[in-house]
Design a binder for this molecule. Sequence first.
Ligand SMILES: [Zn+2]
Length: 425
Amino acid sequence: MSSLDDYSTKLLLDIKDNNLVFSGFYLAKDHVTKVLIAELILPITSCPNCHDPLVHNGHCLSHIHYLAFDASKPIQIELHKQRLYCRTCHRSFMATSPLINKHCFIANPVKQKVINDLTVDRSMKDIACSDNVSSNTVLRTLIKFKKQPQVDDYDYLPEHIGVDEFRGVNRQLHFICVDGDSHQIIKILPTRLKKDIMAFFEKFPLIVRSKVKTVTMDLNAYYQDIAHALFPNAQVIIDRFHIVQMLNRSFNQLRVQTMKRFDHRDRRYILLKYYWKSYLTPYNKLEVKRVKYYKHLRDCMTQEQIVEEGLDASPKLRAAYDLMQTLRQSLTEHDSKQMAKLLKSRADVGGQMKTTLKTFKRNRKAVLNAATSKYSNGCVEGTNRRIKQIERTAYGYRNFSNLTARIMLESKNAVLKENTLSKIA
Ligand SMILES: [Zn+2]
């Protein structure tokens, strides 16, 4: 055993407990683990009950797992906790420290480090390895975070919210609701059933719910009914991305149908097949000047020429293209008047595009809102992408509440201040 300077040891280990005194260290039997010897003093001399003097009653020894700079060289503290005894009321008292909880052998700083590590995208096994604890300890810390009493605040809802769903535990769809401005998660529900969503939001008084101004969502008529029922003053906004996606999809379907009418070696077939991306590019962004060699056509053309020549193959395709492009343009230019006019279009644009138009007409107000409002479902889709990554890193979750706890930890929702950390540890 070698001697140890108390002051510098505490400085290095970042321990501020004055009742703890380091005296020496030795190497454990494995020749790697450093064991630091420390005494924990009980700073009282008289009994708190009867105020009689206490007598010394030995030490309680425990080996505490502590933070190490390098996980392959663990540090242990051999802690001698002082015990005092009162002869009058036959009680004994043992020294305690904020460093370690009762009946625990893992120091609180280690648990705090685990919680901190849980806030980044790392697997639990990885965290367990680098912090030198078992993966069960990591899971236990997560469960402790999950179980800490959460104050559900039912007298505030943000003015702009976005709703969506994502696939999680057991390939089930979970409902998610996100603040449109701060992008914080408001709630994740295990199912997306109407009764569950209604039950959650009905906990908020009507006066709070009527302050919600917009609800963004994808083209899901199901959520629209719920939104109208729950938020009386809210405008429903269909996400811009989903509108464009539907338009593109219906145009592509018609393009493939038209393409298949021609022979494989036909120039129109090649134009419609290989250069499909050019049709989806906004018309004003097409290359009009620079000529490029296209190897499938064995010809030099500009991008605009490709599109124009391809559309010549069928008037129906051209009509669908014009409708798609102008609708998309009015969406980017926030021109809801032009959009309303386009929705009434009676041009022959093919079956799929007609169905899309019908869907838009059915949700006319919500679709037109997409053009005027600056809010979209981007924040929810972004959150969903992050959730997907969390699930992927963990190779999936089996427990819904563990998944939500990890999502909350990794999103900036959980403001992890020092005191919250210590409460968990
Ligand atoms: Zn006493």
